[in-house]
Design a protein around this ligand. Structure first.
Ligand SMILES: [Zn+2]
Length: 368
């Protein structure tokens, strides 16, 4: 069943005619565009499957939140900042599972032995809070058992909170603390984005998703990830093209923070949104943006961020060089760069979930 709707037959035929050669030759249809920092992205689809381990996590949200609150009470570091670092660390583990192997626990923060015990400490697995302190290690005893265990939830979170607390609790001081910890501006941006999401909603369960186009509209899409493109030099197609008419609303697929918005010669008017799984959702060729959506703003699944168009392939304002459609791509941040993976399986999944929810009367995807 390669196509989503019966009503999309006309659009479907059109897109088939226009893009019949997509899989084997350079397709005349748009590619997409990416922000400059994404230009080096390469094809890597193997990460697609585990993107929503979040479902399995939902039962642990309550215990996680309780732990954040208890450490906030002890250290004065706001829970949403602890949650943000914890979540960022979790996404690093997804990206680097071999380097960050650790026992199953509530907290996802990973600290190496030398950092925990102190770089000059001859015992890199030291658990004695006093000797760790002597060697300026990060590890502390947060559980009160006299042991600083880098695999104990309370010890881990308390140690990180104590570290953050030393810098102070205003936004700038927090940013400096995170910078000093990771020495990576991308990490600082992510942690601040996550903290904003958690603070805004006051909860951890922010993983519901929506299909990028209203299910009631006429649209058509198929898997075209990885096909070659010709405009603007050799590139591969890092996304899925969803064909629809001008002006069909383009909706955020996730809870996220608007990270980029504006013109790019490839993607035309495009917008990029970062979610809590450290995925960057990229929407291109829009005819315009919703005026209420700005850089740094928070968006919810199903919220309109712009409209389908045919902008791109030229200087700002260029449009009509190809049929109107939404180019949708997803990139995963591995800590240093964004890597694209095929959004098609997720699109099918979100579409089906939302269709089922609509049938049963629930209005998923329009949550607030
Ligand atoms: Zn495309």
């Amino acid at each position: 069943m390669p196509y989503p709707t019966r009503t999309a037959r006309a659009v479907r035929l059109l897109s088939l005619l226009l893009c019949a050669t997509t899989l084997t030759t350079a397709c005349p249809l748009p590619a997409h565009a990416f922000a400059n920092h994404l230009q080096s992205s390469s094809a890597r689809s193997s990460l697609t499957a585990n993107v929503d381990a979040s479902h399995a996590q939902s039962s642990s949200y309550t215990s996680r939140l309780a732990l954040y609150h208890s450490i906030e009470a002890l250290t004065g570091v706001p829970w949403y900042r602890l949650a943000a670092i914890d979540q960022y660390e979790r996404t690093l583990t997804v990206a680097h599972p071999r380097d960050r192997k650790h026992a199953e626990r509530i907290i996802g923060i990973f600290i190496t032995g030398p950092v925990w015990s102190g770089l000059m400490n001859p015992d890199s697995e030291d658990q004695n809070p006093r000797s760790i302190e002597l060697f300026s290690g990060l590890g502390q005893d947060g559980s009160g058992d006299g042991i600083a265990d880098r695999n104990n939830d309370k010890d881990l979170l308390f140690s990180i909170a104590s570290y953050l607390g030393k810098y102070g609790n205003n936004e700038d001081e927090f940013g400096i603390a995170v910078w000093e910890y990771y020495h990576n501006s991308r990490a600082v941006q992510r942690v601040q984005q996550f903290a904003k999401l958690y603070r805004t909603y006051g909860k951890l369960d922010l993983v519901s998703q929506a299909f990028p186009l209203p299910l009631g509209s006429i649209y058509s899409y198929r898997s075209t990830w990885g096909s070659r493109r010709s405009w603007g030099g050799y590139r591969i197609h890092e996304g899925t093209d969803l064909f629809a008419g001008y002006g069909v609303p383009v909706r955020s697929t996730c809870y996220g923070v608007v990270e980029m918005k504006g013109w790019n010669p490839f993607g035309g008017w495009r917008i990029g949104i970062r979610d809590l799984n450290n995925r960057y959702h990229y929407y291109a060729h829009l005819s315009g943006f919703d005026k209420t959506v700005h850089n740094g703003d928070i968006v919810t699944p199903g919220q309109t961020v712009g409209w389908v168009g045919s902008s791109g392939y030229g200087k700002p304002g260029t449009q009509g060089k190809f049929p109107p459609h939404l180019h949708y791509g997803i990139y995963r941040d591995n800590g240093w760069a964004d890597w694209s993976f095929d959004p098609y399986p997720l699109l099918r999944q979100w579409e089906q979930t939302e269709r089922k929810a609509l049938k049963t009367g629930k209005t998923k995807g329009t949550s607030s």
